[in-house]
Design a protein around this ligand. Structure first.
Ligand code: ADP
Ligand code: MG
Length: 236
């Protein structure tokens, strides 16, 4: 029997109104992701990658269709429960890092654990572990403005994983980094996501990222297209 999909998007549709025109961004989009799978989501700028990730995380609502994550249908949760579900189950890595500037690196990583209801004492060891994993064990007391872009993104990766979410969503995580720093970030992200057995969807227009994927999908015309040969895609 086929394993039940960990994430299931069914007939997902999202339109934006522009004056009296309607712009179709996602059109009856279907996706099934298995637990532990690493999906790379390719697509030109404006193709709807961020829109799709925002629907998967429940930050935004579809016009129609369903998002089911680990058996939970997001449409069946009220706004408060959707927020709680997101805090507990999803870790984010953004293009612009999105660290809280008034918190130290360590406090940034601690925050999702706090919001999940873990005690500071129990969380402390976890935070240290993940800061060490991203190579910033000695920078825990630094504020984001004292860290380079690559270091900030490493803190963001630690923050995305520390509260043991079942799903990691990364939206152009290397978009603001030079090539070499971006490659290091991807290696760290890939290693940590694999080691911790997490499921991940990573949106990018950087085809170099494809080499770490289990499956490469391309978003265009509001639908997902399967890239048959990941290696070939990566070389294009
Ligand atoms: P990508 O992340 O692939 O670059 P986006 O999901 O950000 O693409 O955007 C997809 C399309 O939807 C674009 O044409 C964008 O202009 C439009 N769009 C995104 N968000 C909104 C919004 N809040 N209101 C109107 N149009 C939007
Ligand atoms: Mg985007």
């Amino acid at each position: 029997m086929e394993k039940e999909a960990h994430i299931q998007l069914t007939k997902l549709t999202k339109n934006y109104k522009e004056g009296d025109k309607i712009r179709s961004v996602l059109d009856d989009l279907e996706l099934h992701v298995q637990e532990g799978e690493m999906i790379v989501l390719l697509g030109r700028s404006g193709s709807g990658k961020s829109t799709m990730l925002n629907l998967v995380s429940g930050i935004d609502k579809p016009d129609s269709g369903e998002v089911i994550i680990g058996g939970t249908n997001l449409a069946e949760l009220n706004e408060k429960d959707r927020t709680l579900f997101r805090r507990k189950n999803i870790g984010f890595v953004f293009q612009s890092f999105n660290l809280i500037s008034t918190l130290t690196a360590r406090e940034n990583v601690l925050l999702p654990l706090k919001l999940k209801g873990n005690s500071d004492e129990a969380s402390s060891e976890i935070v240290d572990h993940f800061l060490n994993e991203v190579g910033l064990g000695d920078r825990g007391d630094s504020y984001p403005d004292r860290l380079s872009g690559g270091e900030q993104q490493r803190v963001a990766i630690a923050r995305a994983l520390a509260h043991e979410p079942m799903l990691i969503l990364a939206d152009e995580p290397t978009g603001n980094l030079d090539f070499e720093t971006g490659s290091t970030i991807l290696d760290i992200l890939n290693k940590l996501v694999r080691e911790n057995g997490r499921t991940m969807i990573i949106a990018t227009h950087d085809r170099d990222i494809c080499k770490m994927a289990d499956r490469v999908l391309e978003l265009s015309g509001g639908k997902l297209h399967i890239a048959e040969n990941n290696a070939e895609v990566a070389q294009q």
